[in-house]
Design a protein around this ligand. Structure first.
Ligand code: FAD
Length: 622
């Protein structure tokens, strides 16, 4: 049999980490095999049908800047796009899109099938083939062996996966898919630190049984945003609205009445769940004083009635789920299509990984995605890209690469994971980055595409578009510098009419743009080539001009923070009162009570960004 079984890189798992890993390795020029349990589930969204959001959108743009597939797939499968924090500064603005699950998956599959150097094969991997301290291949459930110099494991929630609904539980990787038991056992024999985490998902509702006319409607943005730097609005499918409802005291009473049969509160679930994405029963217990929670009612796709009620993830028994769903406004007659559930799974301590995401204990073996203790598609995809790339670089005997903390959120996440580990599912937030003003969504291409090109990740089409954008930015900056508005001219009168401030002395257009009230869209009407300027180019020149001072100042502030190592933290300090500190950070500080700022900075999980916030707070107080 001429069956091909020798590859350079094998990627196990076709979720968000696995698909990016396989594409990155293949793009970097090595023979790659993507082995996944079920080819029909490549790129499957296990939980919420959405991509992006604060912190996560930044990751998606960075993946895109490095030639990855997530942004392209959501542009082709997104049915509602919004810019979150649109009224705030550019550092925290984030794109989020609701996905049609089927269209998203289809787009991912198409990119995988059209990628040179990449083969797909459907099989469950049951074992690693090991030679000394080196992985050399994998063995599948039906006994097939595939050999490679590097193996990337991206098995998500499947390792030893156990699904819980009420007091019932059974083995599963996610609803409808088998857990990965043999591989989990094999990995437990190796010297990795392993633990359990859990996550959950809400019941899905038949949209025909929801009274949408009673609900608040939420439309996407107009003009519709795009995710990819190569994306075009015209590529989006039909756009549809989402809706909002709320839980109420009756909902909460029903949930409380079911807690004695909750696997979470009866001690059956041992794994720790995502703090910032808690189940509804968790919210009711932890925020007992609140009598309502907002629930986003999100369509699962264009050609399905299935609805995803975002905010009621639960593992309560089905009868309790049924009752509490029906207690919500507009859901009085709701029928559940799929029950909500929680899942517990094995994850490996990411402190056992190098920056390349290669494991320290086994040469050639890489981990990426939920297996490393993260949660979320975007976090998984970003790690997948780095692991796939580094697996290829290892095979090519080249130096590994990972962006630094000041270059990308990807760098922040990987540095956090490998230096501090994680006790609970790790999710990206903008507050995790200390260089937020540099790490914006809008400049992800400027930060990363040249590096991606050098690594072989960026194809000619993307590189041409990038070079063209760079050229246009430079040309616009130069052009604006050469155009002047003089007092007592028609232009000055127009500027005053637009922005309400008189022009008192001669000013060029680039200087004008520094003023907070001046927007680039109107400014371009003073520029003879204004009509030719692409939206992304104008936006970039505006941000670079307006925020230049802030960026420099923030860098200085961070450098200075290192000098305050011995600053004492009052014992009575109420961390919940420190503006900007996440609940996660203030909780950790409250528990550990460090004596000095330096001690605080060395507690695992306390980011440099949090230390800067504390410093600012203490300075204000003193
Ligand atoms: P996955 O997307 O899980 O992909 C794993 C892939 O590996 C699958 O294709 C699987 O078939 C394959 N595979 C597994 N074992 C083997 C094997 N032995 N051989 C071959 N193939 C194998 N994230 C959030 O951000 N918010 C949430 O609220 C949230 N809730 C969730 C609820 C549930 C019930 C689940 C299951 C996940 C939830 N997630 C949530 C997590 C999100 O789905 C993951 O973070 C993301 O999918 C991880 O991507 P991944 O590529 O690491 O793994």
């Amino acid at each position: 049999m001429k069956f091909k079984k020798d590859f350079d890189v094998i990627v196990v798992g076709g979720g968000h980490a696995g698909t990016e890993a396989a594409l990155a390795a293949a793009r970097a020029g090595v023979k790659t095999l993507l082995l996944s349990q079920n080819i029909e589930t490549l790129g499957q969204m296990s939980c919420n049908p959405a991509v992006g959001g604060i912190g996560k959108g930044h990751l998606v743009k960075e993946i895109d800047a490095l030639g990855g597939c997530m942004a392209r797939a959501i542009d082709l499968g997104g049915i509602q796009f919004r810019i979150l924090n649109a009224s705030k500064g550019p550092a925290v603005r984030a794109t989020r899109a609701q996905a049609d699950r089927k269209l998203y998956k289809q787009a991912v599959r198409q990119m995988l099938e059209n990628q040179p150097n990449l083969a797909l094969f459907q099989q469950t991997v049951a074992d690693l083939i090991v030679n000394g301290d080196r992985v050399v291949g994998v063995k599948t459930e039906m006994g097939l062996s595939f050999m490679a110099r590097a193996v990337v494991l991206t098995t998500g929630t499947f390792l030893g996966g156990k699904i819980h609904i009420g007091l019932e539980n059974y083995s599963g990787g996610r609803a409808g898919d088998a857990a990965s038991i043999a591989l989990a056992q094999r990995l437990r024999e190796l010297p990795f630190r392993v633990d359990r985490l859990k996550t959950g998902t809400p019941p899905r509702i038949d949209g025909r049984t929801i009274a949408f006319d009673k609900l608040e409607v939420q439309h996407g943005d107009d003009p519709v945003p795009v995710f990819s730097f190569l994306g075009k609005r015209e590529e989006h499918p039909r756009q549809i609205p989402c809706y909002i409802t709320r839980t109420n005291t009756k909902t909460h009473d029903i949930i409380r009445s079911g807690l004695d049969r909750s696997p979470l509160y009866s001690g059956i679930i041992e794994g720790i769940g995502p703090r910032y994405c808690p189940s509804i029963e968790d919210k009711i217990v932890r925020f007992a004083d609140r009598d309502t929670h907002q629930i986003f009612v999100e369509p699962e796709g264009l050609d399905t009635h299935e609805i995803y009620p975002n905010g009621i993830s639960t593992s309560l028994p089905f009868d309790v789920q049924y009752e509490f769903v029906r207690s919500m406004h507009g859901f009085e007659n709701a029928e559940i299509v799929r029950p909500g559930y929680a899942i517990e799974y094995d994850f490996f301590d990411p402190r056992d990984l190098k920056t390349s995401l290669e494991t320290k204990h086994m040469h050639g073996l890489f981990f990426a995605g939920q297996i490393n203790g993260t949660t979320g598609y975007e976090e998984a995809a970003a790690q997948g890209l780095i692991a796939g790339l580094n697996a290829a670089l290892l095979v090519q005997e080249k130096e590994s690469w990972c962006p630094r903390r000041d270059e990308a959120y990807i760098g922040v996440m990987i540095d956090d994971l490998i230096t501090r580990g994680t006790q609970e599912p790790y999710r990206m937030f903008t507050s995790r980055a200390e260089y937020r003003l540099q790490l914006r969504e809008d400049n992800a291409d400027l930060r990363l595409t040249p590096q991606g090109r050098a690594l072989g990740l960026v194809d000619d089409a993307r590189w041409r578009a990038f070079e063209e954008k760079q050229r246009a930015i430079g040309e616009l900056q130069e052009g604006l510098k050469k155009h002047w508005i003089r007092p007592d001219t028609e232009g000055a009168a127009m500027a005053e009419a637009y922005w309400g401030k008189p022009i008192q002395k001669e000013v060029n257009l680039l200087e004008m743009l520094r003023r907070p009230e001046v927007d680039v869209a109107r400014l371009l009407s003073f520029y003879d080539k204004g009509a030719e300027v692409a939206e992304q180019v104008g936006e970039q020149v505006e941000i670079q001009t307006k925020y230049a001072g802030y960026i420099v100042r923030q860098q200085t502030e961070i450098d200075r923070a290192l000098r305050y190592d011995h600053l004492r933290l009052p014992e009575t300090l109420d961390y919940t009162g420190v503006p900007g500190l996440s609940n996660e950070v203030s909780e950790k500080l409250r528990k550990q009570r460090p004596e000095t700022l330096g001690q605080a900075s060395r507690i695992p999980g306390i980011t440099p960004a949090a230390i800067s916030l504390l410093l600012v707070y203490l300075k204000k107080k003193s």
